[in-house]
Design a protein around this ligand. Structure first.
Ligand code: NFE
Ligand code: MG
Length: 566
């Protein structure tokens, strides 16, 4: 008899995510349902507002990739108005994107996904002297992996466990047999987990150099950028470079070797070698290296066939809400997209965890819509970027992927797995890190002859404008779509990376990447479903983005009075 398991909330993500799976008598997942249980209504909130204000509002879609929405929105409006902004502004926006990616990916691997790989309790029994030797296997210059460093790390964590309060490490599935690191490998990765807390701050500072602050930078406007004095100041530019080097040192000597270590330890773990059942990938152009030249190029790969890459056609995107808590008659193109809530609730049933309200898979069960491209479900994100660019024969990407696979002793097929998804995010980070110097240098040499950063927008209130922009946010392809009428936003839609990956089944019964990734996975212990967490975390979920606060009954959620006297 099949059993239903409810995991809610999935933690170490942004937002509210629920996963339900049905396992057979051997604990193999037969069916899976993914739901975002919170609706935000930002696409609705921006209607009838000035397009010039939209960027600042829509970046509140999320607290993580704030800049992605800010930039995507600003550029959708520029596209609608036909504005060709100065190249200096384009370079700065690209450098800010680099900072966001470096920041996001470091946090993801260590602080969000890390404990799916690292068993903290096991690290306490490691021999620090032996661990220092093990670290040399993955890097010639490992970070914080001397015997003394590792002893210190053990002491710090032991101090925590001795209090009986594990803090961020409480309630982990410690001891699960799909943890494959030796105690020494766990200690190495734990040392980097702690160091990454400092490094991520430096990456956030990089974004703030040209963004004014982070999160929620404020220096881009429709028509260009406002951080002009930072760009013209050699000291500020130098600060950027120094921080890039500092973050880069960690990426090259901790993040990269740690993924070699993951590959080494987990390469025979079946749940890590599964986790990818939809082999359709989409990505768009990102990271401007020089005028018109991007580090990664847009494209579409279907059914895992790397011999063909198609150009991405924005007309072929639709959002389906058959199983989402919205109403619409048919799948909609984002220009025509509506966001009309239709909440239908949960249904009670027996589960492994007792009688509980559960997702109603026959009806509606998520606030996430289901984007489809040419009617099919597609995965977006760093893995999609690498697969598409590998298939395009982008020399740099082919070389980086092949080098990693050969160092790790993995076949090409290992890329299309949970392990591959996590490796791809690291490789994207490394490639971006190294190549971003080109963007920086292009900016510096352009400033010598051209200091322009802004072109004034003009919105004719008698005209109707339509525009969109696609960018690569850290979790994958993000697009914003706007229609402007009477000088105001008439319609607005954001089609977000996590929406692509985490959306429910569509009208034709086609399931999305998250749900598909869980099917066929055997759980070692259904009461501690670590495999589910690891697979879902490998996508780096952001539910805030995907369901872009208001209550669906339009009730007031709270009243606040700001005291300006203090
Ligand atoms: Ni909220 Fe996001 C990214 C966007 S969502 S983090 O990256 O856009 O999937
Ligand atoms: Mg949307």
């Amino acid at each position: 008899m099949n059993k239903r398991i409810v995991i809610d909330p999935i933690t170490r993500i942004e937002g509210h995510l629920r996963v339900e799976v049905e396992v057979d008598a051997s604990n193999v997942i037969q069916k899976a349902w993914v739901s975002s249980t919170l609706w935000r209504g930002i696409e609705v909130i921006v209607k009838n507002r000035s397009p010039l204000d939209v960027g600042l509002m829509v970046q509140r879609i999320c607290g993580v990739c704030t800049y992605s929405h800010y930039r995507c929105s600003t550029e959708a409006i520029e596209n609608a108005l036909g504005l060709n902004i100065p190249i200096n502004a384009q370079y700065i926006r690209s450098l800010m994107m680099t900072a966001l990616h470096l920041h996001d990916h470091i946090i993801h691997f260590y602080h969000l996904h890390g404990l799916d790989w690292i068993d903290i309790i096991s690290a306490l029994s490691a021999d620090p002297a032996k661990a220092a030797q093990v670290a040399m296997k993955y890097s010639d210059t490992p970070i914080l992996c001397g015997e003394g460093d590792l002893r210190q790390v053990q002491k710090r964590i032991k101090g925590l466990t001795d209090t009986g309060k594990l803090g961020p490490f409480a309630n982990g599935y410690w001891g699960n047999k799909t943890y494959k690191f030796s105690p020494e490998q766990n200690l190495i990765a734990l040392s980097h987990y702690l160091k990454a807390l400092e490094v991520q701050r430096v990456a956030a500072q990089m974004l703030a150099i040209f963004g004014g602050k982070s999160p929620h930078p404020q220096s881009i406007v429709v028509g260009g950028i406002t951080s002009v004095r930072d760009i013209l100041s050699p000291a500020r530019l130098q600060e950027w470079k120094q921080k890039l080097d500092e973050v880069g040192h960690f990426i090259e000597n901790a993040y990269y070797p740690d993924l070699l270590m993951v590959a080494d330890a987990f390469k025979n773990e079946p749940s890590v070698l599964g986790g990818l059942n939809i082999k359709n990938f989409l990505c768009t152009d990102e990271f401007l290296l020089s005028k018109g030249k991007y580090l990664f190029t847009q494209g579409v790969v279907k059914n895992g066939d790397l011999s063909k890459v198609f150009d991405l056609n924005p007309d072929d995107i639709r959002e389906d809400v058959t199983h989402s808590w919205y109403s619409a008659d048919a799948p909609q193109h984002p220009y025509e997209g509506t966001t009309i809530p239709e909440y239908t609730g949960f249904i009670e049933r027996e589960t492994l965890n007792g009688k509980l309200p559960t997702l109603n898979e026959d009806g509606k069960y998520s606030w996430i819509k289901s984007p489809r491209y040419q009617g099919e479900a597609f995965e977006v994100g760093p893995l999609a970027t690498l697969v598409v660019n590998y298939a395009r024969g982008n020399e740099l990407i082919v070389q980086e992927v092949d080098t990693f696979l050969s160092k790790a002793g993995l076949p090409m097929s290992a890329l299309l797995t949970t392990l591959g998804r996590t490796v791809a995010r690291m490789l994207e980070t490394v490639i971006n890190l190294r190549e971003s110097e080109k963007t920086f240098n292009a900016l510096v040499s352009n400033i010598e002859v051209d200091e322009s950063t802004y072109i004034e927008p003009f919105i004719d209130p008698t005209k109707i404008y339509e525009g969109y922009k696609m960018i690569e946010a850290p979790r994958g392809m993000l697009s914003h779509w706007i229609r402007i009428k009477d000088g105001k936003v008439e319609n607005y839609q954001a089609v977000v990376p996590t929406t692509w990956n985490a959306g429910p089944t569509d009208e034709n019964g086609r399931i999305g990447p998250y749900e598909a990734s869980l099917i066929g996975i055997k759980l070692e212990d259904p009461s501690k479903p670590l495999e589910v967490l690891r697979i879902i975390h490998s996508f780096d979920p952001c539910m805030s983005c995907s369901v872009h606060v208001m209550d669906y009954n339009k009730q007031s959620l709270g009243a606040f009075k700001v005291n300006t006297a203090i």
